[in-house]
Design a protein around this ligand. Structure first.
Ligand code: OAD
Length: 231
């Protein structure tokens, strides 16, 4: 039985990392077009980097929560298990998940805007803003996907294949508003998977879900395990 889990910012909310939408969401305080687009970075790399450096510092101080840990244990327990995340915080890996498909990149990756150099850098705050490439001296950018950019092709293709072939597809903590990630649960459902949602709020996916658990990730995932065992 193939189990596929898709997570969004809500899985990290219990670790104290702000989500994007909703009352306390980042996009309620900041404008994405000023901070998370290629043109914002071209215009003002310092402002963009300061914002990412601030987020890196929040994430560096955070710890994975029970939701991340339950998902990490699922990977151990089930033979045919895959985790797809829209998150860039790396908390799944810190909780012990080994195979993580990152659709929106990773905030700890720095990528050169000129040569092909990229590296992982866990320093928070960064010593130099904006950081420059140690190979060619050009500007480095955060290794995340911005609005208007394509998702990493391999990660997206694999995610689509897994969604089509899933028996149970579990969506945790995403508003399911950002495409193409938001399409994956629908693809899974229309390909025959049972769709399970964990979210304290209703989303556009709720009406498609075979089981909708209106709880926080940690509590909700315990219920999802029961569902998996009985299906
Ligand atoms: P959102 O902020 O859009 O949605 C977070 C979801 O988590 C909401 O539906 C909340 O109800 C839910 N939530 C809040 N607390 C929760 C908890 N404790 N347990 C479970 N769920 C909880 O975040 P995403 O859907 O991840 O992309 O956003 C998708 C993308 O939009 C992000 O990857 C980012 C953003 O702009 C880019 O930057 C490209």
């Amino acid at each position: 039985m193939r189990i596929v889990v898709l997570t969004g910012a809500g899985i990290s909310a219990e670790s104290g990392i702000p989500t994007f939408r909703g009352k306390d969401g980042l996009w309620n305080k900041f404008r994405p077009q000023d901070l998370a687009t290629p043109s914002a970075f071209e215009r003002d790399p310092v402002t963009v980097w300061k914002w990412y450096d601030w987020r890196r510092q929040i994430i560096a101080k955070a710890e994975p929560n029970e939701g991340h840990r339950i998902i990490a244990r699922m990977e151990q327990e089930f033979d045919d298990f895959y985790l797809i995340t829209q998150n860039v915080d790396g908390l799944h890996q810190r909780a012990g998940s080994k195979k993580v498909i990152e659709l929106h990149g990773n905030i700890w990756t720095l990528r050169c805007t000129s040569c092909s150099h990229q590296k992982t850098d866990y320093r928070a705050p960064l010593p130099e803003i904006p950081p420059s490439c140690e190979r060619c001296g050009a500007l480095m950018r955060p290794g995340v996907v911005w609005f208007g950019e394509s998702l990493p092709e391999d990660a997206l293709n694999l995610s689509m294949d897994l969604s089509r072939s899933a028996d149970i597809f579990v969506v945790v903590g995403t508003s399911a508003t950002v495409y193409p990630a938001a399409q994956l649960p629908i693809l899974a459902r229309s390909s025959g998977a049972k769709l399970v949602e964990v979210n304290p709020q209703e989303t556009d996916l709720t009406s498609y879900a075979d089981l909708s658990v209106r709880k926080k990730a940690s509590d909700g995932l315990r219920e999802v395990l029961e569902f998996i065992y009985t299906n």
